[in-house]
Design a protein around this ligand. Structure first.
Ligand code: GBH
Length: 490
């Protein structure tokens, strides 16, 4: 529904869009780049729908100038992207100057367009050479990461102020090493926990190293956080299922980073000898090095119970179902229930109110007491877009995505009204791209990409976003007329 009253975004609130290197760059073996774990994982039969990979993706490596021009035309104030470790240090070790040069060109282009570069050092693409030596299950990988981060700072420290160490370490560790759904495609609870610890360590020691270089940098991490609700709040087993989901998605990362401690309840339940041995004295002190900004990635909440629902909620996450594996180290007796919320074609619930609650909670319990800023670094939805040709122009009337964006921006304003300081919002994603295990059919962009021609076309949701950015107001003026939803048009 359109907003009835005009709501203004706070001064300084940043509007942006996000991408990640492997999902858009292509040029996977150009200018010295070598395999990351995703180049290898995508070759495993059945790992990705239709066997697709990021070899060409959106060819952003060659089209970055056009893409920055597109960002400028949308009025984006900031652009969140990641740098590819295997471009910069193809074997995880020695520097590849040509790889670094690409990011220098990209950042220069952004700065020229007046767009703030929001740089993420790791969005899941570990150099395969490091995986061959054990990847994130090895402590040494954290040291290699810090060296790579310092290379990037050598190259870009004079031009980039905002540095995010990791994107969603939960995914890198538990989807990658435990559930087998992401690279490197392992099925080990123990490896997942080791990976999570070493990722957190890599984060903490890199924050320290970068801060030692330049105390004025804005340093942080982006976490995939969620809201877990019990199917029946009066049913202890359901409440317990929600506690464990919250513990493993949220507190397993927030507590070490902000409190220097793993959450005791979850630790007692899942920590094995290997993890206990891997945590050496001082690790949690390093991991809890203060950060300036916490990035919140929010897509959907979790509605769970301790026993299966009478009717299962839709088809479930397709790749999860295909493998029949659970991503959690301790997920016995956790079942997803249905509460009648709308769902995207990926079967993800649309629950904007969850974002409000999440921001309030994370602010109250973690960020605010630590003096850390909050920003939404990812939020978005994939829908079955139907491109149409109108007067020679490709249009996508993606009213569901436009609604999704408007509802979540409204949810952020609700949090702001509740007293939460939110620095801004990045829509995921700037453009359709390689959606990991889902391949290219799953489209998240506010810009459509034609993978045959690499032609870009701004979708209606992008036009709406541009209007919101220009006016800094959420109301029926900025959001109407772009792509009326069927009931609004009636
Ligand atoms: C983000 O992660 C990624 O950062 C981005 O690269 C990606 O393109 C984007 O989302 C869209 O998917 O329990 O296996 O059913 C998404 C975080 C956390 C969302 C886990 C789905 C349920 C996965 N995800 N969640 S599963």
């Amino acid at each position: 529904m359109p907003e009835t009253t005009a709501r203004e975004f706070p001064p300084g609130f940043l509007f942006g869009a996000a991408t990640a290197a492997y999902q858009i760059e292509g040029a996977a073996h150009e200018d010295g780049r070598r395999d990351s774990i995703w180049d290898v994982f995508t070759k495993v039969p059945g790992a990705v729908i239709n066997g697709e990979d990021g070899e060409i993706a959106c060819d952003h490596y060659h089209l970055y100038q056009d893409d920055v021009a597109l960002m400028a035309s949308l009025g984006l104030q900031t652009y969140r992207f990641s740098t590819s470790w295997s471009r910069v240090r193809p074997d995880g070790g020695a520097l590849n100057p040509k790889g670094v040069d690409f990011y220098k060109r990209l950042v220069d282009e952004l700065l020229q367009a007046g767009i703030l570069p929001w740089l993420t050092l790791y969005h899941w693409d570990l150099p395969q050479a490091l995986q061959d030596r054990g990847g994130w299950t090895r402590r040494e990988t954290a040291d290699r990461f810090t060296e790579y981060a310092l290379d990037m700072h050598d190259a870009l420290g004079d031009r980039v102020d905002v540095w995010t160490t990791l994107n969603e370490p939960w995914c890198s560790s538990f989807l990658g090493y435990t559930a087998g759904l992401h690279a490197p495609g392992h099925y080990s609870r123990s490896e997942g926990m080791l990976a999570a610890h070493h990722l957190l360590l890599a984060h903490g020691q890199t924050v320290r190293a970068l801060r030692a270089r330049d105390s004025s940098l804005d340093l942080g991490i982006s976490l995939n956080l969620t809201v877990a609700d019990p199917a029946d709040p009066a049913e202890p087993a359901d409440v317990d299922a929600a506690r464990r989901i919250d513990g493993q998605f949220n507190r397993w990362f927030l507590d070490p980073i902000f409190r220097g401690k793993y959450p005791q309840d979850i630790f007692d339940e899942i920590a094995d000898d290997a993890l206990r041995a891997a945590i050496t004295p001082g690790d949690l002190e390093v991991i809890s090095t203060p950060i300036d900004t916490l990035g919140v990635n929010y897509y959907h909440g979790e509605f769970v119970g301790g026993s299966p629902p009478a009717t299962p909620p839709g088809s479930g996450d397709a790749p999860t179902q295909r493998r029949g594996q659970s991503p959690f180290p301790s997920s016995e007796n956790i079942f997803w229930h249905d509460r009648g919320l709308p769902r995207t074609p990926m079967n993800w619930e649309v629950q904007p109110e969850g974002l409000t609650r999440l921001l309030v909670r994370v602010s109250d319990e973690y960020a605010q007491p630590a003096g850390t800023s909050l920003i939404v670094t990812e939020n978005g939805a994939a829908y079955d877009d139907e491109p149409v040709l109108e007067d020679g122009t490709i249009r996508v009337h993606d009213h569901e995505r436009a609604d999704y964006v408007r509802l979540h921006l409204g949810a952020i304003l609700d949090a702001v009204e509740a007293g939460v300081d939110v620095r801004g919002y990045f829509y995921w994603s700037l453009m359709d791209n390689f959606e990991w295990a889902w391949g290219y059919a799953t489209r998240f962009g506010i810009v459509r990409v034609d993978y045959e021609t690499q032609e870009r076309a701004v979708k209606d949701s992008g036009i709406q976003y541009g209007r919101i950015i220009a006016s800094r107001i959420l109301d029926s003026e900025t959001t109407a007329g772009v792509s009326p939803s069927p009931d609004a048009a009636a």
